[in-house]
Design a protein around this ligand. Sequence first.
Ligand code: ZN
Length: 160
Amino acid sequence: MKLGLYIKADLENVTDLTPVDNYEWHFKVECGSCHEVDQSWISFNRQDSYDMSGSRGTANLVMRCKFCKRESTAQFEPNAKIQSYQIEQNGKFQKLATFDCRGLELVDFSPRDPWRAKGAESGTPFEDIDLCEGEWAEYDEKSNEPVGISNIEVQFKKEK
Ligand SMILES: [Zn+2]
């Protein structure tokens, strides 16, 4: 199953919000066999791949359901780029990433850190944006404007 991860946010005077290259992605995962949701956050990233049992290849996440013990995997869609969130999208869901999920479903996403963005008019780069509290605020010295990110929401959509 291909799953698109969408986010919605309100950006104030910043745009191109995107996770940094070595970002660690945190999800809640529902087992596709027994449909239990593991209450702990499970993380993986684009750089690391792990062997599936029975040498069926590798995936970015290989896990075993803590309830029914079935193995399941998730993989970043190789052809789908990570998209950045634009200020023009404020208040609308925009796709961030696409995953190929086998035997599991991603059901929640925790944005955490670090993200980067740039001043919408000034182009000032902001690195190390921390969204652990669900929002972020700073000041853009170049444009003399407050910058911020708030009201983040997450949604998953199944793709063909
Ligand atoms: Zn299970």
